[in-house]
Design a protein around this ligand. Structure first.
Ligand code: FAD
Length: 485
């Protein structure tokens, strides 16, 4: 079998490796000169900035890829567990250190609201049930059959999938701060906690089960390790070339065309590129039936991301590896981002400080950071060439006030990415950070199928297909592919 993979995100690389292990002849094509997609690395004057994923969960899904070829993952990558997972900071200055240490978790919950300790325990037990169904049972199986989906409905109803993650958490826990921190997980995969189906409550339990990890040298080291493995296994990697067309004959895929006009024949094309962009830009729209066009049109896209990368000439010793800072208004802020598609000054943000764990990420005596602010995707019409600089200044001001005193004077290296980067450089529809939103109406059978229903020989892995965004999600999508190809 001759298989071509378009895109080198975690999902694309995992697909290439899994198909190679099944003896396919594999070619992986990446538009950029470096691999990784959202997990690309930017290096500036001794600072190493991981572009995207920083929180590594379910590391066995990464290790498995090396084990497929009887290779020891430790010869390629070094993944280490973190003890504090997230530090949550609220507008009133109060903090919560979130971890897998249940005694410390409960002590902190008790300080906030003693009645919520039992609620928290019940929530954990409930999310285990969701995890068993949603992750263990269903994350690695294809959802291309409506009858299979219908069979799942009774158990999904039992698990209260009709509720949002925030509503589920609120059912168990009463304090607003605890509700926010226990329901924030959908934001990690591009969803609004107030509208994302509670199936995604499984992430809370997934973290508890396997912990939160860091890849020494940065997430980019995992991509490097997998690239080395692909080369050893003779996967043909073409970098710096964009696929402009997926070629088909009578709805059977026969190859791809590159931006240098070269054509590559293939029995199968596996797209790690964003499915809505693939269907609208790389294939011929006359082949899409009206039902499919309607499905694409009604899709709701995840939020956009503003990511400001910066290095400082001093060390902020007291800042944790992962900090989540909540603004005052939370629900309203999320409505502005997801529904009204407008910017708001009362921002919440995630601050990454890899140097808290790994000094190699910055020159000696310096600190390395990125701050991620959820923003509307490009359906907003925001002009980022104007708003980007304003948002940078706003978030620097906010960080100076709460977490990083005198920040402005200490920055020695910086740049930022806006939804324009996601749209133009990563070819993501509307510049969304995580493809389509993880709503019930866009999950499982209702998401873009792993096996195209339009073309014979066209497949999808990555954030826009089943099971969804996040590194464990996209690695699982390659396991689905393994079952159908
Ligand atoms: C800032 C940020 C922080 C995140 N943090 C975390 C985290 O801490 N933990 C976590 O688990 N997840 C995190 N995520 C989510 C996670 O990074 C993504 O869901 C995942 O990496 C997406 O992988 P993917 O396989 O879908 O491919 P992508 O990374 O989206 O890569 C797709 C690739 O396809 C290429 N491509 C597109 N079109 C073409 C074409 N026509 N020809 C050739 N190549 C093409 C693109 O250049 C790109 O390299 C984060 C995401 C972002 C953006």
């Amino acid at each position: 079998m001759n298989s071509v993979v378009i895109g080198s995100g975690f999902g694309g690389i995992a697909a290439a490796l899994r198909l190679k292990a099944k003896n396919h002849k594999v070619t992986l094509i990446e538009k950029h000169k470096d691999l990784g997609g959202r997990a690309r690395v930017f290096r500036k004057n001794g600072f190493t900035f991981d572009g995207g994923p920083t929180v590594i969960t379910a590391p066995h899904l990464i290790n498995e890829l090396f084990q497929l070829f009887n290779k020891n993952p430790q010869n390629y990558i070094q993944i280490k567990p973190l003890s504090t997972w997230y530090r949550f900071v609220f507008e009133d200055g109060s903090k919560f250190d979130y971890s897998g240490n249940e005694q410390e978790m409960k002590a902190q919950i008790k300080n906030i609201n003693k009645d919520d300790v039992v609620g928290y325990e019940n929530l954990l037990n409930f999310t285990k049930k969701i995890f068993d169904k949603g992750f263990i049972e269903l994350s690695e199986v294809p959802f291309d059959n409506p009858f299979f989906m219908m069979k799942q409905i009774p158990s999904l109803l039992n698990l209260k999938s009709y509720k949002s993650v925030y509503a589920l958490v609120s059912y168990f826990v009463k304090d607003e701060k605890l509700r926010r921190l226990l329901s924030m997980h959908p934001l990690l995969v591009g969803g609004n906690p107030f509208t994302t189906t509670s199936i995604y409550g499984l992430i809370l339990y997934l973290e508890k089960k396997w912990g939160i990890h860091y890849s020494m040298g940065g997430t980019g080291k995992i991509i490097n390790g997998m690239e080395k493995l692909m080369k050893e296994e003779n996967i043909n990697i073409i970098k710096g070339q964009e696929v402009t067309n997926i070629i088909s004959k009578d709805n059977k895929i026969i190859g791809v065309k590159l931006d240098n006009n070269e054509e590559i024949n293939a029995d199968n094309v596996i797209c790690n590129a964003d499915p809505p962009s693939v269907y609208s830009k790389l294939t011929e729209s006359k082949n899409l039936n009206s039902l499919f066009k309607w499905k694409m049109k009604r899709m709701e896209y995840s939020m956009g991301l503003f990511v400001y990368y910066f290095g400082t000439k001093n060390i902020y010793e007291n800042v944790e590896h992962h900090t989540i800072k909540f603004g005052n208004k939370y629900k309203e802020h999320l409505e502005d981002i997801f529904d009204k598609k407008k910017l708001n000054n009362d921002i919440s943000y995630y601050l990454h400080r890899p140097t808290a764990t790994d000094r190699s990420m910055a020159p000696e005596g310096n600190d390395c950071f990125y701050v991620l602010v959820p923003v509307p995707n490009n359906q907003s019409g925001i002009d980022w060439s104007v708003e980007g600089e304003k948002l940078k200044n706003l978030v620097v001001d906010k960080m100076e006030q709460s977490l990083l005193p005198n920040l402005r004077d200490n920055i020695v290296e910086d740049f930022y990415l806006t939804p324009d980067y996601f749209e133009k450089d990563l070819n993501t529809k509307h510049g969304s950070g995580f493809s389509i939103q993880p709503k019930f109406s866009q999950s499982a059978y209702f998401r873009f199928h792993n096996k195209s229903e339009i073309y014979d020989g066209l497949y999808f892995v990555g954030a826009g297909t089943h099971p969804g965004a996040g590194v464990p999600g996209v690695l699982s999508s390659a396991k689905v592919l393994d079952k159908i190809l």
